[in-house]
Design a protein around this ligand. Sequence first.
Ligand code: UD1
Length: 425
Amino acid sequence: MSKYIVRGGLPLAGKIKVHGAKNSILPVLAASLLNKTGEQIRLEKVPALYDVRAMISILSGLGAQVDRDGEDLLLRTANVDCYHVPDALMREMRSSIFLMGPLLGRLGRARLCYPGGCAIGIRPINLHIEGLRALGAVIEEKDGYIEARGQLRGGEVDLAYPSVGATENLILAAATAQGETIIRNAACEPEIVDLQKFLNILGANIKGAGSPVIKIKGVPGLHGGSFRVFPDRIVAGTYLLAAAITGGSVTVEEVIPEHLQALLRLLRQAGVSVMVAGSSVTVSGGRLKAISRVETKPYPGFPTDLQPPLVACLTLASGSSTMIEHVFKGRFHHVAELRKMGARISVHGHRAVISGVPLLKGAVVRATDLRAGAALVLAALAARGESQILGIKHIERGYDRLPEALRSLGARIFRVDGVEKEAIS
Ligand code: UD1
C-alpha cells in the first residue's frame, strides 16, 4: 500500500505557489454538461487530483469528450445523452451530487445512487432535493437511488442552511431553467463566486454570488469558453499552517489573501507573525500559543476544512485550546491518530479540547479523510523521529503532489509507491 514517510523536526522555509481549487474545479466540471453546443470548454491549469480524475471519468461515462492539453483540460459535451451516473463512480465522491442539477437542466432527467466522499459524519442531501423540487423537479428516492425528472422552471428557494453543495447544485439547475430563480440564505463561499464567473463566461445570467441572495435568469443554453479556477485557499492554508507548526517561515504566492482572513486572524492569536503583501502571504512561526476558542463556520468564518490542520498545530501550543466544529459534527477522526503521536486532545460531542504538549513523536498513523490526512502530515513534519502515513489516497483527493511541494520547502517527506498509486494514475 502507498504511504508517506516523514522525518520530522525541520522548520519549513521558502516560497510556494498553490494549485487551483478542488472545490471550484469540481462544480465547474459538472457545469460543463450545460453546454450542448459543439464548442469546446478549456479549463486552464487543472490540478491532477484524485477527485478531478473521478469527475472526468463520470463525465466521460455520460458521453463527454475530455482531453488533456498539458496542464489544461479540453471538454466537448455535445454528445452527452446519458442521465445515469455509474454507481461505482458516484460513490467515489460526494461532489458527484452536483451532477443532478446540470443533468436535469440538460436532459430533464437524472438517476444517481447516494454519493460517497469523506467519512466526516452524516452528509445528507435533503437541501439539494428540496431546492430542486422547488424548481419543478419530481424526485423519488428508492432502493438507494435518486430518480429526478422534469422540465425545470425558475423558482424561489430559501435554504434552511447555507450549504455550499446545495447552493451550487441549484445554481447549475437554474442556469438554463425557464424564468428567474432566487436562492436565499445561499452559501457565500468564494467557490460559489468562481462558479458564477465560469457560468457567466459560458453565457449564463447569474448575479449575487458571494452574498446570501443569488439571482439567476435562466438562458436557453450555454456555450464554450475558457476559464481558470482560483487558487485553492485550503491548500494555501495548509502550507501556512505547516510553517506555523514547524516554526518555519513560508510565503505562499499568487493567492487571494482575503480568502484566508479567518485563518490569518487565528494564526496571529497563536503568536505567529503574518505578513500580507499583494497576493503573497508570509507566515513565520515560533513557539505557538493556545487559542482559547475556535469555531468553524460558513464563509467568511473559519473553514471546517482547515480545522484538522489547525488542531494539529494547537497540539504543540502552550496552554489549552478549544475547537468547536459546527459544520460537520463528526469531523474529529484525526484526533485518535494525533494521540498516537503524543497529542493530548479530548473530544466532547462537537467540541475538542487540546492541551498543548512540548513535542510530538513520530508514529504510524492512518488518514481517514482528506483534511484529517493533511493534519497528520503537518503533525509528522513537526514530530521528532519518523512517521508513516497510511491511507494517502484520501490526501491525494485534494492535494496535488503534496510531498514534492513540501520538499521544496525543505521537508523530508517521501511517497512510497504501492497499489494505490496505480489505482489513481
Ligand atoms: C463543501 C466542500 C467541503 C467543505 C464544505 C463546507 C466541496 C466539494 N466540498 O462540501 O470541502 O468542507 O463545503 O464548507 O465543495 N447539509 C445538510 N443537508 C444538505 C446539504 C448539507 O444537512 O442537503 C449539511 C451537512 O451535513 C453539513 C453542512 O450542511 O453539516 C455543510 O455542508 P455543505 O455546505 O453542503 O458541504 P458540502 O457541499 O458537502
